[in-house]
Structures are given as structure tokens and as C-alpha cells.
Design a protein around this ligand. Structure first.
Ligand code: HEC
Length: 106
């Protein structure tokens, strides 16, 4: 039934597009999302609002917090860390992408 399978293929394609779409991000946030997925999701959840296998949720992280924790392994003055541990190694490879990460996580 070629007609039916063509319809099925179309349906599949349509749902794939809808599934990946989600709310559209501005280019900066979209770049942040790519960096996040590539560099952070070994430990943090794919959905930054959730706790990951190792790391805490990151939704709402400010640029200041990202800069200190990701580049230096410290926290901004007065910040109360979500975890008392210091397991995360600094990630200097994303130094240029901090603004993009902040745009994505805010
Ligand atoms: C090797 C695992 C690992 C990787 C990779 C990793 N993290 Fe983390 N992250 C952690 C853990 C564990 C914590 C909890 C504090 C600690 O133990 O260092 C954390 C804490 C944080 C915090 C502080 C959260 C808070 O509010 O207290 C931020 C911000 C953060 N990570 C951002 C990132 C970003 C951005 C990346 C990717 C560039 C990343 N992390 C990659 C494991 C990781």
C-alpha cells in the first residue's frame, strides 16, 4: 500500500519536526544549548531544570555563577551552592561560550 506508507512517512516526519522544535531560541541561546549538550550533559541533565546523573539542575544560573564555577571552580561572593561538594572539574574550554550558556540557562 504505497499511499498509506507515504502518509505514514509524512506523519513521522511531521512529528519529528514538532518533537525537535520546542520553543525557538534566539541564536545566542541556541549556541549555548549546543555547548551545554556537548560539554555539560555528561553530569548535568539534558533538561537543565532537572537534576542530572551527577550534577544539580542549572536552570537560572547567572553569567556570574557560570564564570566562577565553570572557569575557576568557585562561587560568586555570598552565593549558596546547591551542593556542598567540589566534584566538578573547571571547564576552561567553554570560556568563550559563557555568555551563550547564560543566555540558554537563564
Ligand atoms: C564531571 C561532571 C560535570 C561536568 C562535565 C560539568 N559539571 Fe557542573 N557540576 C557538577 C557537580 C557534581 C556539581 C555540584 C558541585 C560540585 O560538586 O562541584 C556541579 C555544579 C555546577 C554549577 C553550580 C550549581 C549551583 O547553583 O550550585 C554550575 C553553574 C555548573 N555545574 C555548570 C556546569 C556547566 C555550564 C558545565 C558544562 C560546561 C558543567 N557544569 C559540566 C558536575 C559536572
Amino acid at each position: 500500500m504505497p499511499r498509506a506508507s507515504r502518509f505514514l512517512a509524512l506523519l513521522l516526519m511531521a512529528s519529528a519536526v514538532v518533537g525537535c522544535g520546542g520553543p525557538t531560541l534566539d541564536p545566542e541561546a541556541e549556541r549555548g544549548r549546543q555547548v551545554y549538550l556537548a560539554q555539560c550533559t555528561a553530569c548535568h541533565a539534558t533538561d537543565p531544570a532537572q537534576a542530572g546523573p551527577v550534577g544539580p539542575p542549572l536552570k537560572g544560573s547567572t553569567r556570574e555563577l557560570l564564570e566562577s564555577k565553570v572557569l575557576r571552580g568557585t562561587y560568586p561572593p555570598g552565593y549558596r551552592p546547591k551542593r556542598p561538594t567540589a566534584v566538578m572539574p573547571p571547564q576552561p574550554q567553554v570560556a568563550n561560550d559563557i555568555p551563550a550558556l547564560a543566555a540558554y540557562l537563564k
